[in-house]
Design a protein. Sequence first.
Length: 275
Amino acid sequence: MKITAQQVNELRKTTGAGMMDCKQALVESDGDMEKAIDYLRKKGQKIAAKRADRDASEGVVLAKVSEDNTFAAVVMVNCETDFVAKNQDFISYVESIIDLAVANKIDSEDALKAAKLEDRTVEESLVDRTGVIGEKIELGKYETVTAESVYAYVHPGNRIASIAGLNKAGEAFAAVGHDVVMQIAAMAPVAVDKDRVPQEAIDREIEIGKEQARQDGKPEEMLEKIAMGKLNKFFKESTLLNQIFIKDSKKSIDQYLKEADKELTVTDFKRLALA
């Protein structure tokens, strides 16, 4: 199939790999962006970790918790240009959407689109905004967490936001909850712990680990062992409870939580980020 310059540029922007490497990866992957990223990784390319965050280039990401502190939501509303994304009227519009979502504890993207924002549904209001602004405006993503206590963090600039739930409630856990959502925003974990990493992701990491070892000239009988070592490193770096706490490199997030309460843990989290 024909690979376009736009596809090459998108992969290059996503991964940081060279132009010719990106083109070759797309050719070998029949234009499939996910497969092309894996192809580059197998070839040993050091790429940017933006797999889940590259759906749109511009927009606003906001998060908020309910008054009873048991429901949190994070929303991404996309636009075409940075100029619109930084416009206070547009930011206020996205704030109205997250306010509506949290006030009514809306639990899905479809339900949010159908919810009434003044006298129009959110979906209709997005179309209205497109007409007024002159850019495509759309609801990019919407995620929620329900727990005994929930926390939200919006990174300055409104491009990254995270929410998380703890299994216990109380003012004593407020600082811990805030640290957890900041950790999620900064370190982009893929799951709470290794038991919740999708099997598909595990299989992919093992396959990539084997291919990297093969590229390094390691003997075939050693590939499985090497790949499992890389997988364990992946679990440590990419699962929240096993990650090193960004405020104290001597402890993991799990250890930090246990210092506050030996039974304290994270039940779920969501993170949205613009590429």
